[in-house]
Structure formats: C-alpha cells, structure tokens
Design a protein around this ligand. Sequence first.
Ligand code: NDP
Length: 295
Amino acid sequence: MAEARIIDGKTIAAELRGRVAAAVTELNKIHKLQPGLAVVLVGEDPASHVYVASKAKHTMEAGMRSIEHRLPADTSEAQLLALIAHLNDDPDIDGILVQLPLPKHIDSNKVIEAINPAKDVDGFHPINVGRLATGERALVPCTPLGSIILAKTVRPDLNGLEAVVVGRSNIVGKPVTQLLLRENCTVTIAHSRTRDLPGVVRRADLVIAAVGQPQMVKGDWIKPGAIVIDVGINRIPKGDGKTRLVGDVDFDSAKAVAGAITPVPGGVGLMTVACLLRNTVEAACILRGLTVPAM
Ligand code: NDP
C-alpha cells in the first residue's frame, strides 16, 4: 500500500490567512472596518509568550489591529476581571483572547465566563459551547475548527464517516466531537478509561488524536486508508541534550497505513492561529450586523 498523503498544514493555514486578509481588505474598503483582537497574557510562561507573539504578528499581517495586555504573574483575579470588563465595553475591540493557562490563584472558568460571548474568539464561553452543541451559530474553538478544515481538504464531504476522537477535553476533544456531528459523522469519543483503545481507533475512517501523550497512537491502531489528524504537541528529548516536537500519533508507523495524515510540527498547530483570525473577522461582522464574508 502507498504511504499516506501528508496534509500540509503550513500551506493550508497560509491560504486561510490569505482569505482572512482579503476579507479584512474588503471590510475596510466598504465599511471602514479594521477588526481588533485583544490578547491578554498573565505571567511569564515562556510557551505562552511565544504563542502570543505569533498571534500578534499574524493578526497584523492580516491587516487587523492587535492589542496586547501583558500582566505580571501576581495580577489578582479582580484586576483581570476589571480588564475584561473594560475590553467588553470597548467598541474598538472585536475579539478577546485570554491566553491559558492562567496562574493558579486565578479561576480560569470565572475569567472565561466574564468575556462577552460575542467577543469570545476562543469559543470557550459556556454560551458558545452551548450554541455549538445545539447547532446554533457560535464562535467555534480554533484548534477543533482547524482540525476539521484539514480533514476536509482530503475529503470535502465527511458525511457518514466513522470518526474516533481520542481525548475529551473542553478545548479540543469535546468541541471537535460537536463539529464532527455537524458534518454527519458517526462519532466515538475515547479517553483514558476507554476499554480496548486500539480496537476502538481501528474502526475509524477519521481519527482525531488529542491526548497529550507523545506518539501514543500506533500505526497498527489505524484502519488502512484512514484520515489521521494529530492535534498533539509534545516536546521529547532528542538524545543530544536538545528536544523535538512530536504529536500524539506515532507518525512513522501511522503514515505507512493511513490514507492521509497531519505532521507535527506543520499540521494542526498552524491552523489554530489562522482560525483565530477567522473568528475575529466573524465576531467583528456579527457585532456590527454585517454579513460574515466567506473565508
Ligand atoms: P488534556 O490533557 O486536557 O486532555 C487529554 C485527554 O486525553 C483527556 O480526555 C484524557 O482522558 C485523554 N487521555 C490522556 N491519556 C490517555 C490515554 N493513555 N489513553 C486514552 N486517553 C488518554 O489535553 P488537551 O485536549 O488540552 O490537549 C491534547 C493535546 O493537544 C496536547 O498534546 C496539547 O499540547 C495539544 N494541543 C494542541 C493545540 C494546537 O494548537 N495544535 C491546542 C491545544 C492542545 P481523561 O479525560 O479520561 O483524563
């Protein structure tokens, strides 16, 4: 059997960012609208600083305004909630993203629930979670949305496919399950208590792995020809004192069996920021009663 097609997240994400930038140019020309994304970062987590810098760069490259709030690690919950209230009221802010994880003394759920759902470009507010579950229009979490876009580049119609999601987190596993239901897949959601996980994954025409366990999903768990979307981002030692990034799927063995597979890096990770930009344009349009452009 031929090796899997490698799903090129880098190119697909660049194309999506290009469509977002074109939509922004049009909105600017016709409505004098330049969407603004506020990103709030609390503390010194190095990975979070890298993510926030990348979000700001891509926001500006797409022609939007990027507003960063970098707060010290000892910021109180009340101070953070006051900033969110200010951003909710600011008509120049269309999207609000609070970079997770927050320091332990701050209740993340309380902060997420304080964001105006119409500006919740991460799609984590319970109102957006509920709307996604009931099939209403919602701002959809970025990584799950990016995962579905990648799968549809291989097979535009996912209707009727047997899909297995490994992982049931609120930020990936659960929302991606809702999106797969929207696409008329038959969905199984597996987790750490699932019996015979390899047997469950072997049923899937489409596997979404979001477990946070390096290279856990092996090639002999994959049904020949299946589409494999690897959400995992794990850093493992390389042996020379350095580290490298790997996914939740054992890429080398899986690519020998799958029909198509996302690499790590170069897969889902790049789609997350592109979908964030897309959500910011969507939020800006809905806030002003404008039709959301195709992106
Ligand atoms: P969480 O730790 O929140 O959830 C992991 C899920 O995997 C849980 O539901 C857990 O089950 C399940 N799980 C853990 N171990 C096993 C196992 N041995 N067998 C079966 N299921 C298991 O992780 P996230 O959803 O936040 O992230 C998952 C991965 O995706 C991580 O590698 C993360 O870095 C990456 N990620 C990538 C993003 C991107 O932009 N590409 C964005 C967000 C995350 P249980 O519920 O039973 O504990």
